[in-house]
Design a protein around this ligand. Structure first.
Ligand SMILES: [Fe+2]
Length: 213
């Protein structure tokens, strides 16, 4: 596996994700609120996951430890954006049901920490950063048109992130072995599938609720 293989899978993954993101009913308030709550599920644990991962690299991969620590500090407090976005729409985010798909998305990440395979978590990060940069602008445009600026701060902050975040993440790939690059690809593919499940489960569960009502 080479860096170019990772870049190729990254491109294919996010082309597919962009289509999945476009199909999500962003203008449906209940669906958007549920997405905020499902997002909150992994954002809350995100800084801890990054910090724990930082500690797993051996001494010859110290630049990776530094990268994960820095990333953890950058993500600090982002859950407050989600709480405030829901509040601006009159909803307490803690009252929204968390779907099993959202639990699986971040809780499975701990497995890679315990198995000492942090490269898969690098794939998780490349998935999330790529999604923010590639699918994020379209999502932000739609939710801001539907709800205004106040309830859409999380989408705004993550869309306006430096697009060179992904370039920087690609540069850091030089510190991974060929075997680990394979793990990164696995992470990208695995977490794009699990995130697709979240985006499909949100509207499916709203339908179920309305049928039950
Ligand atoms: Fe964030």
């Amino acid at each position: 596996m080479t860096k170019d293989d990772v870049k190729k899978v990254f491109k294919q993954t996010h082309e597919r994700m962009n289509k999945v993101a476009q199909e999500f009913p962003w203008e449906n308030k209940e669906a958007y609120l549920s997405w905020l709550a499902q997002t909150m599920e992994y954002v809350t644990y995100g800084t801890r996951i990054l910090a724990l991962t930082a500690g797993t690299f051996p001494l010859d991969q110290t630049p990776l430890t530094a990268r994960f620590i820095q990333h953890a500090t950058e993500e600090k407090g982002h859950e407050k954006l989600l709480i405030n976005d829901a509040k601006a729409l009159g909803m307490n985010i803690e009252k929204i049901a968390i779907l099993p798909e959202a639990e699986a998305f971040h809780k499975s990440v701990y497995y890679w920490i315990y198995q000492h395979r942090p490269a898969v978590i690098m794939g998780w990060i490349l998935f999330l950063e790529g999604f923010a940069i590639i699918s994020g602008p379209g999502i932000h445009k739609r939710v801001e048109a539907a709800y205004g600026k106040k309830p859409t701060s999380f989408a705004r902050v993550h869309t306006n992130e430096d697009p060179d975040h992904v370039d920087k993440a690609m540069d850091i790939l030089d510190y991974f072995s060929a075997y680990e690059l394979k793990d990164i690809i696995h992470g990208l593919e695995l977490y794009s599938s699990l995130y697709t499940n979240i985006l499909k489960a949100v509207p499916a569960n709203l339908k179920k609720q309305s049928v039950a009502a």
